[in-house]
Structures are given as C-alpha cells and as structure tokens.
Design a protein around this ligand. Structure first.
Ligand SMILES: Nc1nc2c(ncn2[C@@H]2O[C@H](COP(=O)(O)OP(=O)(O)OP(=O)(O)O)[C@@H](O)[C@H]2O)c(=O)[nH]1
Ligand SMILES: [Mg+2]
Length: 200
C-alpha cells in the first residue's frame, strides 16, 4: 500500500489547471489595470472609472496549446493614498501583474519605486512578476528597452522571476502572451518549491 496522501498531492499538483491562481494587478493610477481586467473577462473594451477600492474576478483564460487556466485576479486602485493597501492583497499571491503606462515618462520613476517596494517585501520573495508595458498603441510610447532601463529591472532581486510584456489593453494585444509567461513562471516556481520541500 502506498502513501495515499502524498500520491494524491502529486496528482493534484501535476494538474494545475484545476486550481485557480491568485494574481494581483498593481501599478500607478491610470496605467490601465481595470481595462486589462475587463478586457480579459468580457473580451471587449470596457470604459473604466478610477478604482477606489478593488475589483476581483475569476477568469478562465485559454493559453497556448488550448490549456485553460483559471486566474483569480485582484485589481487594486493605484492612487497614491491606496497604495499602502497593496501589501495586503499580495499576501500569499501566486503572481503579480504590474501595469505601467508606456507614455507616462514623467511617472516612470514613481512606477519604478513602487515596483521595487512591492517586490522587496519578504512575503513576495520569489513571486513572479509580469510587467505589462501598456498603451503601446500610442505614438509616444516608450520602447521595451527604455522601460526596462527606467524601471531598473536589472536591479530586481535575483530571486524574482519577471517578464516584460508590451500590450494594448483596449484591444487586448499582448495580454494572453503575458499571462502565458506568468503562468510558466508560476508553475516553474511551484515545482522548485516542491523539490526544496522534498529535500528537507
Ligand atoms: N490608448 C490606450 N489607452 C488605454 C489603454 N489601456 C487603458 N487605457 C485608458 O487609460 C485610462 C485608465 O485606465 P484604467 O484601466 O481605469 O486605469 P487603472 O490602472 O485601473 O487606474 P486606477 O483604477 O485609478 O488605479 C482609461 O481611459 C483607459 O481607457 C491602452 O492600452 N491604450
Ligand atoms: Mg482601476
């Protein structure tokens, strides 16, 4: 007779599509977080108002090779006075989506500060981050390499896996590609954590 419990655990963990992944969407106000959320949910553009609290939706997303993953998204308001709340939403999160407005050159430094602050929290060590370079449809949008530099991505802790994804949330361009990468990073991290547990 085998060890039933651990057999079950390994079966469940090899089928991640049955579980929903807790993902928090953060970023400065007006970056396009809520637009991303509703674009994914309704598959169309939804006109938004600034978020005063948060929005939350469970959304089934079909990724590459027809794999369906359920994401439980938490979209938190990005206004300065709301940012102290971000911490409580990232508790036990599987991943973070950090949305930046690619034309908001003036506030890129502020976005950088917030990104580094949230990834440095001890509970967020190793949590994968998808950086969404949004509003790439606009003429003056910064390039990926410029954004990578301005956000000082190279200075993120080496334990933080990240991917920078260009998007246009009003059309939906790039969102699925980004989530695919985030999903890959989450699965990779889970496997690593499981192996570490086994070794102990
Ligand atoms: N051109 C363009 N506009 C966008 C894009 N994504 C969002 N917007 C617009 O940007 C504005 C802000 O979008 P929201 O989704 O409300 O921003 P938010 O990040 O949720 O803002 P807060 O809730 O205040 O934190 C809206 O007018 C959107 O229509 C995009 O990809 N391209
Ligand atoms: Mg919002």
């Amino acid at each position: 007779m085998g060890n039933g419990l651990s057999d079950q655990t390994s079966i469940l963990s090899s089928l991640p599509s049955f579980q929903s992944l807790h993902v928090v969407i953060l970023g400065l106000d007006c970056a396009g977080k809520t637009t991303v959320l509703y674009r994914l949910q309704f598959n169309e553009f939804v006109n938004t108002v600034p978020t005063k609290g948060f929005n939350t939706e469970k959304i089934k997303v079909t990724l590459g090779n027809s794999k369906t993953v359920t994401f439980h998204f938490w979209d938190v308001g990005g206004q300065e006075k709301l940012r102290p709340l971000w911490k409580s939403y990232t508790r036990c999160t599987d991943g973070i989506v950090f949305v930046v407005d690619s034309v908001d050159v003036e506030r890129m430094e502020e976005a950088k500060t917030e990104l580094h602050k949230i990834t440095r929290i001890s509970e967020n060590q190793g949590v994968p981050v998808l950086i969404v370079a949004n509003k790439q449809d606009l003429r003056n949008s910064l390039s990926l390499s410029e954004i990578e530099k301005l956000l000082a991505m190279g200075e993120l802790s080496s334990s933080t896996p990240w991917h920078l994804q260009p998007t246009c949330a009003i059309i939906g361009d790039g969102l699925k590609e980004g989530l695919e990468k985030l999903h890959d990073m989450i699965i990779k991290r889970r496997k690593m954590l499981r192996q570490q547990k086994k070794k102990r």
